[in-house]
Design a binder for this molecule. Structure first.
Ligand code: ADP
Ligand code: MG
Length: 379
């Protein structure tokens, strides 16, 4: 079912956690709220769930208003038909796997046979049918999280809310479950709101990603749109574009990197105000300087030296120290590994130089540092 959030604000005491947020989730759509810890993701989700009372705004699930700040209407959480999965494994340890999944259906008044049949069906979906009769306390973390997921799905919620459900799992399991979650979402056409601070997870699971900063959505788009064209320098940095450099305007050299004597030309328009350039490491190519005269493209060409080369199997990751410039990260698909200190020429295509509003505060301290109320590692 579609979900509409309009003008949502929430503050805890005097502290504002969500500010005038608008978001429309389509029926069957998966939206991922992505942002640093403390930016208001969990708070937003809890408002949709009915676990927090917003200070203003409207929330509708399908055609039904579940919260309206103007009229004071607020539908209690258990009547919103939302499913929730959290970071901590919320299973009943003394029940079997199938009892865990069937129990809420029983509570809703469904008969035993039907509840069990439904539960078994969903356990098949999450790959746990073979463990249906095992005690829940004998499961691994990944399996417990699958049980929690199965339980939410069995309830046939109008919207599934997931708050960093994979954060407590080890890397390999997280990867597996991520793929599986995406399959389930698509297979069941689940409408979901998924909260994470992990960009890989967001890219994998979202139909659209909403980037959150300081209680607001700063950018909304498909994973491809967000990844290829982050709206600001701080979003680019957050997304792991390692080559983000503030630039100075003016001069005929193009965009001169602040504090350096090198410049880059860009084929993109230059916005007003302070700007940075961002270059994806995989958009840069690196060439042995001895072969530089073979280069023919119309790219920016910068001379430098290999500082570090890390062989990664399918690619090589370099840090290149640019003459008169900063260190540049490069990911090369060329199987030849250039040794440290090799003089090189890097090519940066003009189309690969994004010019972004520089919204990052001066280097001093990071204002968006993890905040105390984060449900992060402690949960
Ligand atoms: N129960 C609470 N009481 C007071 N402040 C809170 C509470 N929960 C969250 N906050 C604050 O609200 C802001 C947003 O928190 P949260 O929504 O948990 O962020 P995220 O999920 O993105 O990490 C943070 O500054 C956090 O410290
Ligand atoms: Mg959170």
């Amino acid at each position: 079912m579609n979900v509409t959030i309009e003008g949502l604000s929430l503050s805890y005491g005097g502290v504002s956690a969500v500010q005038d947020l608008d978001l429309a989730i389509g029926d069957g759509e998966s939206i991922v709220l992505l942002g640093q810890s403390g930016c208001g993701k969990t708070s937003t989700m809890r408002c949709v769930a009915g676990l927090e009372t917003p200070s203003a705004g409207r929330i509708a699930i399908g055609d039904r208003a579940v919260f309206d700040g103007d009229s004071g209407k607020s539908v209690p959480s258990h009547k919103r038909n939302v499913g929730m999965v959290f970071q901590s494994y919320a299973v009943w340890p003394h029940k079997t796997v199938i009892e865990n999944v069937a129990f809420p259906l029983r509570m809703k008044g469904q008969n035993r046979t039907l509840s069990r049949a439904k539960a078994f069906n969903v356990l098949e979906l999450v790959g746990l049918a073979h463990l249906a009769h095992r005690g829940a306390s004998q499961l691994s973390g990944g399996q417990m999280q699958r049980v929690a997921l199965a339980r939410s799905i069995a309830m046939e919620p109008s919207v599934l809310l997931l708050d960093e459900p994979l954060s407590n799992l080890d890397a390999r399991l997280r990867d597996d479950l991520r793929v599986e979650l995406r399959r389930i979402q698509l297979e069941r056409g689940l409408t979901s709101l998924y909260v994470t601070h992990d960009q890989q997870e967001a890219l994998a699971l979202a139909d659209r990603i909403a980037i959150m900063q300081s209680g607001r959505i700063q950018q909304l788009g498909t994973p491809q749109e967000i990844y290829r064209a982050p709206a600001t320098a701080s979003i680019a940095t957050f997304l792991g574009v390692t080559n983000v450099f503030p630039v100075e305007r003016g001069g005929d050299l193009g965009l001169r990197l602040e504090g350096h004597s090198v410049a880059l030309r860009s084929s993109h328009p230059v916005p007003d105000g302070p700007i940075s350039v961002a270059v994806r490491p995989e958009a840069v190519t690196v060439h042995d300087a001895e072969r530089a005269d073979e280069l023919t493209s119309r790219a920016n060409r910068l001379a430098g030296k290999v500082r570090v080369a890390v062989y990664q199997g399918s690619s090589v990751r370099y840090q290149v120290s640019i003459d008169g410039g900063p260190d540049l990260d490069v990911v090369s698909l060329d199987p030849v590994v250039l040794a440290p200190d090799t003089p090189v020429v890097v090519e940066v295509p003009e189309a690969a130089v994004s010019v972004l509003p520089d919204d990052t505060p001066a280097p001093a301290t990071d204002a968006a540092a993890p905040a105390a109320g984060d449900t992060g590692a402690a949960a």
